[in-house]
Ligand binder design. Sequence first.
Ligand SMILES: [Zn+2]
Length: 464
Amino acid sequence: MRTRFVNLRIPAGGNEVQRAEIVVSDGRFDEILPAGSETAAGGEQWINLRDALVLPGVIDGHVHFDDPGFTHREDFASGTAAAAAGGVTCVVDMPCTSLPPITEPEALANKVRAIQTKAYVDFMLWGGVSGNDMAHDDWRDNLEELAGAGVAAVKVYCLSGMESFKALGYDQIREVMETAGELGVPVGIHAEDPVVVRELTKEIRDRGADEPADYASSRPTLAEVAAVRELIECCRETGARSHIVHLSSGAALDLITAARREGLPITAETCPHFLQFTLDDLLRQGSLLKTAPVVKSIEDRERLWRGLAEREIEFITTDHAPAQWPEEKNTGSIWTDYGGVPGVETLLPYLYSEGVSAGRITLEQLVKLTATHPARFFGVDDRKGALREGHDADFVVLDEDVRWTVQGTELHNLNRYTPLEGYELTGRVRATYVRGQTVFERKPDGRELFAPAGCGKWIQRGHS
Ligand SMILES: [Zn+2]
């Protein structure tokens, strides 16, 4: 069955768009043509998109959907439903926030079994190496098997608050980088220096301080800078493809940019909360906006936006990590409240609104930051991340002039709070297609339709 989408516009470089038609067959883009190319071929279904903007489906390279194990925070059905409603056609789920953690092949197989019937969009899975694993000498065999099974990338932490997924020392990270580099899989690192954070946390907690500002003081820019400096050294020594997840500070970005100019294979991602919020917002929103790293200053925020425009930051992810709301954000102390915010559903509308509409990045850059570059990083750019003939027909239909107000209760993830509550955005997702199938549609009367759960599939690095 061929489906011809007509009356639409696609990106054409910079902020330009061109009128086009898209023919989808067997879940792939068969033809992408200038408008008016339609021929009266028989057996085609036609869909009129009424002049909408069509973009490649977003790949959110960093989500915590908590399934199986922590499904009071999120599960794969609600998380991927939120993704579908936000124009995200592929999520890449972290290895640390499900049980057992994805550090050995049986856990990976178990996880795929648990989640694949729930997924509304395609998914990839990070593997990882934790301090718990490095106590045993089979971690290298496990990593090799995970790579063979198609994990998207390998996650490690310099600093972790999770008992089930402990941090590594820099020497251990260097060992993981060496092994992952040999296996051809990139390493993503949570970069906050443990000594800096532990010493500050102890000193601040010892004097009984318990405000959001105190939490922020325990994880200053210096913590990120110190870790990134060490990790650049690890990258230089091993030559392994390295990636700093959820970068929050301008000073750390300066270091990464300098390392890249030197030719080192290191990149970084940042997240909407670092592009939107500063310490003032943390003081106002309190634990709701508690994340690690912590939001920084106006100067950091503007430096990160400039880093996106100047191609210093490789892609944007959400680090979608909701707490059980409101319980886990109201434990009575900023130190024990859960750190993490949801974001997968608001990623694209936020970036379109505050990035493209506000003139900070171009439409072309938006596509690279949300689709093309993550597809390349996760090794699936032969299939995903572009409106290209032969690629999976993953795309989002955006009404780019629609203004709407974000309300947590209207989102689709399990725990419906958002730091963007009440924010007005320009640009709203009308429909999302995964491999040619409508997985989400918002009708003109406001009704929302979803495809049956289980239509998303596991996408493996290196297995096309
Ligand atoms: Zn994360």
